[in-house]
Design a protein around this ligand. Structure first.
Ligand code: ADP
Ligand code: MG
Length: 327
């Protein structure tokens, strides 16, 4: 499918069911609306619709248009994925074997015809929690283990730690554990599934009282940031758990760190990501379906979804500009 630069493009969004995405919050919806506004063809599907068939990945796709503040289905078709110019993989975690298989199916798409973001090979290898180990110079003391004894020693060393499952997001399953807490044994047993499952433990950063900063990066650059302040009844600063979005001016140190990470992520095939910063530390790198764009629009009036669609148009241009990995 030959396309002129900025001509009508086929853009596929691989998401959770459309009706489950929350308008006025969801970043995928904001980008889809912007693509529709520019008369690109907006298609969506779930992992359930994806398949490998006749030597090619294909899917049952729905084309939709945004009218009168709601999405309307225009057509439903089985198509090879290579008919799409852009595929934006935005399926929410859990990061489980099914997610991994979906990235493998996407990897078989003809890369000469279709650009997939983030690179499915990178999505498969770059776990959102473990990915911070690519940038150890910027992270707080962190371990990943399934051994209760090692976790107990880590707690003894730091007195207060945060425990995180590796496959979840949006604050799910994140616990703070303090030295002397009698729930320690049960909690470590439960979270490691009796030492069967790896989890992450991280030094508790008291700077969290000033918020968990979400920094949005696109194509190797920082394009926006929002702070998130936890509600009084919860230690977590995720928007999904009731945190309040607030404006934030990143310090020069924060900015330098994020620019460096953004450039390095780009070489890995990760173009759109959400960095989580507590104080001067990087605590998580969201690559599957980072959010924050809508909150940034509400606080600052800037529409980062335009930058995203500009980027899609740029990379699916005449073919001269191709995403170059490790460029
Ligand atoms: N090292 C830490 N110190 C203090 N609080 C933390 C730390 N790591 C995470 N948290 C809290 O837990 C929340 C969720 O953690 P995060 O690592 O971003 O995972 P996810 O957002 O995927 O659930 C953060 O918003 C923050 O409130
Ligand atoms: Mg987070």
């Amino acid at each position: 499918m030959k396309q002129q630069k900025n001509a009508n493009l086929n853009m596929l969004f691989v998401i959770d069911p459309l009706e489950s995405l929350v308008p006025g919050h969801d970043t995928s919806l904001a980008v889809m609306e912007e693509a529709d506004r520019r008369d690109h063809s907006v298609w969506w599907c779930t992992l359930h619709d994806l398949r490998l068939a006749r030597k090619k990945p294909e899917a049952t796709l729905r084309r939709i248009r945004y009218a009168k503040k709601k999405w309307e289905e225009v057509e439903k078709r089985d198509l090879p994925l290579e008919k799409m110019n852009i595929i934006f993989m935005r399926k929410d975690p859990p990061f489980n074997i099914d997610y991994v298989m979906a990235t493998s199916i996407l990897s078989y798409t003809n890369k000469k015809r279709t650009i997939i973001l983030n690179d499915p090979d990178a999505l498969r290898t770059f776990n959102e929690k473990l990915g911070i180990f690519e940038f150890t110079e910027y992270i707080p003391d962190t371990i990943v283990t399934k051994c209760k004894g090692t976790l107990a020693s880590f707690l003894k060393k730091h007195k207060k730690i945060v425990l995180k499952p590796l496959e979840l997001n949006s604050g799910h399953g994140i616990f703070v554990l303090e030295h002397g807490d009698k729930n320690r044994g049960s909690l470590l047993e439960m979270m490691t599934d009796g030492e069967q499952k790896y989890i992450m433990a991280q030094r508790y950063l008291p700077e969290i009282k000033h918020g968990d900063k979400r920094v949005i990066i696109l194509d190797g650059e920082v394009i926006g940031a929002v702070n998130r302040i936890a509600p009084p009844h919860d230690h977590r600063s995720n928007l999904h758990t009731g945190a309040t979005p607030r404006k934030i001016k990143l310090t020069a140190d924060n900015m330098e760190m994020c620019q460096d990470i953004a450039k390095r992520l780009k070489t890995m095939g990760i173009y759109f990501a959400g960095l989580d910063l507590i104080g001067n530390y990087i605590t998580e790198i969201n690559v599957t379906s980072p959010t924050g764009i809508v909150e940034i629009e509400k606080l600052y009036g800037v529409q980062l979804q335009r930058n995203v669609v500009d980027f899609f148009e740029k990379i699916s241009g005449s073919g001269a500009h191709r995403l170059a990995r490790r460029a």
